[in-house]
Design a protein around this ligand. Structure first.
Ligand SMILES: [Fe+2]
Ligand SMILES: [Fe+2]
Length: 150
């Protein structure tokens, strides 16, 4: 489903660059983004069983795009705090370049994915799922690092 919904993003130059961008110490932005998409799909499935429908395509696509603003972070941001605050907006700008058809709802979801660290609160079910999936994937990244795995 990730390939089906996100083929164009996965094939983009920026996503290729994301494979070489270290994230959470030992993983890459690309690997973390794919894990976020997987966690997002699992959350969609849980919510569906509860009778709550969520746009899985949007969750996958925003998950693949949400951290692309981190590519080249050492040149773009002065420190981790600045990176934390500014990368969602830059990810949204990059998303417009990669996906010319992207809608405002998806861009808003990308911009709010760092909530509650940022002031932008998720404004849709999909944005909330992206935000939670990102947290789950980040915790998994850090646990795998502790175990010495990727
Ligand atoms: Fe992020
Ligand atoms: Fe992330």
């Amino acid at each position: 489903m990730i390939r089906k919904y996100g083929r164009d993003i996965l094939a983009s130059d920026k996503f290729r660059q994301a494979r070489g961008q270290i994230h959470h110490y030992r993983t890459s932005v690309a690997s973390h983004s794919i894990k976020t998409a997987i966690s997002g799909l699992k959350l969609c499935s849980i919510l569906r069983r509860m009778g709550i429908s969520v746009d899985a395509r949007m969750v996958v696509r925003t998950a693949l795009l949400h951290d692309l603003g981190m590519v080249g972070r050492s040149d773009l941001y002065r420190n981790n705090y600045e990176c934390c605050m500014k990368h969602p907006g830059n990810s949204a700008s990059i998303s417009r370049q990669i996906c010319s058809e992207i809608d405002e709802k998806s861009l808003a979801a990308i911009e709010s994915h760092m909530w509650p660290l940022s002031v932008h609160m998720p404004g849709s079910k999909e944005a909330f799922v992206l935000c939670m999936a990102d947290k789950i994937a980040s915790v998994k990244d850090l646990i795998y690092i502790k175990r010495g795995k990727r």
